[in-house]
Design a protein around this ligand. Structure first.
Ligand code: GDP
Ligand code: CA
Length: 307
């Protein structure tokens, strides 16, 4: 069975790990968000692709919830002491990866190429593809003005309410090599419990990629990132209230019109399954507290494919 997962960073990576543990690395292709990518200190950082790489390589810091374990911050401290740009936290170990990626990109290698090499070097057997090799950047329109993703999310701590999301480059972005083929060859497509607007949204903003999902002949199953109408972490719930009018399963499903056949929702949201239309609800516990919980959630999502 071939499984394709569309995933953002930390929340998505947890789910991806569960799916890989259940379905196997060889059966799994992950399509990652690049709308969060940022150039900082001259380096190209792809935070969502790296969260997935670190999670699958067993290098992620589970306590902090992002970045690498056993991280140190000497380089960043030096940057700060020298009045450099230190608003975006880059650990010493993490920096090493950004150096290698940035050099490759400057040498003309596409993001998909260097991502595959990084995965290989880290012993990650899963196929990890950026949604696009082209420049695609998420912008947030807020009452305080329009901000690039990381300025809104990190520098301003996503405190500004979002009135609209825009993807710079979406008109011309082409899917990275292998992306349409992976979707067309999938037996099951999964949307990770990532932020629908700023994690899965930028992936689906790549038109040919979205078209491939829309024309699928296999089930596409999304996992809701909300539990009891609240995001486990981050601004997804506030964004849904403001942009979709609520945080019920139907509001989450409404982010993926015509693109999903089922929505995995938490037991805490099972009392409000009205308005889902053609989308079949699958109720289970969705909090990935530990390895068992994330594998159970993966099994439920994978179970949506007819045998
Ligand atoms: P980011 O790119 O690092 O911000 O991460 P994602 O967009 O992939 O994931 C963020 C989303 O994951 C948030 O909206 C959280 O509510 C959701 N999330 C995190 N952990 C869990 C979990 O254990 N279960 C569910 N259902 N959602 C989760
Ligand atoms: Ca992200």
């Amino acid at each position: 069975m071939n499984v394709v997962i569309l995933s953002g960073g930390v929340g998505g990576a947890r789910f991806v790990r569960g799916v890989v543990e259940v379905a196997g690395a060889a059966a799994t292709t992950v399509i990652g968000n690049v709308g969060d990518d940022v150039e900082v200190l001259g380096l190209h950082v792809s935070p969502d692709l790296d969260s997935i790489l670190y999670a699958l390589a067993g290098l992620a810091d589970e306590q902090r919830g992002w970045g690498r374990s056993e991280e140190t911050w000497h380089a960043l401290e030096t940057v700060g002491a020298l009045d450099g740009e230190d608003w975006f936290a880059l650990g010493d170990r993490d920096l090493g990866l950004h150096l290698v990626r940035t050099e490759a990109l400057r040498g003309g290698e596409p993001l998909s190429g260097i991502t595959a090499r990084l995965a290989d070097a880290l012993g990650v057997a899963v196929q990890l593809l950026p949604a696009t090799d082209d420049r695609l950047r998420t912008w947030l329109e807020t009452p305080a003005g329009e901000f690039p993703f990381q300025e809104w999310f990190v520098a301003r701590g996503h405190r500004d309410e979002v009135d609209a999301v825009r993807f710079e480059g979406e008109e011309t972005a082409r899917p990275a090599p292998g992306v349409p083929e992976a979707i067309d060859g999938a037996d099951l497509i999964l949307l990770a419990p990532s932020n629908p607007y700023v994690s899965v949204g930028p992936i689906l903003a790549v038109r040919e990629l979205r078209d491939a999902v829309a024309r699928r002949r296999v089930p596409c199953v999304a996992v809701s990132p909300l539990i009891g109408g609240r995001a486990v972490k981050g601004p997804a719930d506030r964004m849904l209230v403001r942009l979709a009018g609520g945080t019920s399963p139907r509001h989450v499903a409404g982010c993926y019109p015509g693109l999903i056949d089922a929505l995995v929702v938490d037991e805490a949201d099972a009392d409000d399954l009205e308005g889902l239309g053609e989308v079949r609800p699958i109720v289970t516990r969705t909090l990935m507290t530990d390895a068992d919980a994330r594998r159970r959630l993966a099994e439920v999502a994978l179970g949506a494919v007819p045998a």
